[in-house]
Design a protein around this ligand. Sequence first.
Ligand code: CAA
Length: 258
Amino acid sequence: SAEYTTILSEVRGRVGWITLNRPEALNALNSVLVRELIDAALAFDASPEIGCIVITGSERAFAAGADIKEMADHSYAEMAVGGPFPGWGGFERMRTPVVAAVAGFALGGGCELAMMCDIILAADTAKFGQPEINLGVLPGFGGSQRLPRAIGSYKAAELVLTGRMMRADEAERSGLVSRVIPAAELLDETAQVAATIAAKSLPALYAAKDALQAAQEMPLSEGLRFERRAFAAAFATEDQKEGMRAFTEKREPNFTHR
Ligand code: CAA
């Protein structure tokens, strides 16, 4: 959209694409970029024409973190009242599945942005890390909470306390990355994955994402009750009838996304 200066936003079929675009700063997440990213993502999330959102960067960097130059001189009070980073709550609560397509650096806030997405596809050039400790701080966009949940507490502690980077293969082994893809194929493969998701029943996608997110927060017994209710509710949708009818009629389903 024309009014954005730090991202590119476009619709491809039922997929909303957001490309972080501050090449001069390796896509460092300054307040303008964060505001534009969240604005574009929430607009896609509000549209029934969009069934999947992709967030990507450049070949060199997904994002090299929060913008250090912008925040260096902030006071405690400026950070405590939200400073340059309001709105992540809305991003995290989006109903639409979000795919991060990561090439190059995903550091600090960049790694944390990837972890706010549902699926992380990584080029073999991807490098992940939480280097905030080298700056005299700690992760600030959820890294200290999501990284241990993703890769386990001991591996997360080693990364957060040393600030070292890990490459795509180690990230995949650790469970941070859904799949590693040769760099030259990252965007095509991401487009295929996103189109595959976006073609599904929208209410089913929303419910499945909701249940997957509940799994991060709830004890098993509560999560299973949550899932049971959501599963029953799926039978109130037109798409459930169509999906199951198409199976018995041995044809592809034609979802109405209702
Ligand atoms: N903030 C602001 N500018 C950044 C940046 C960042 N996080 N990362 C890179 N840049 C800028 C550099 O300053 C440089 O700009 P100039 O040419 O104007 O000097 C430009 O991007 C290119 O970067 P480099 O010259 O450093 O490129 P490199 O290939 O030598 O190194 C790098 C790449 C290892 C990623 C290095 O840029 C780096 O270490 N970046 C910072 C990584 C970092 O510490 N991230 C965490 C930020 S704090 C955070 O994210 C807090 C939080 O959790 C919310």
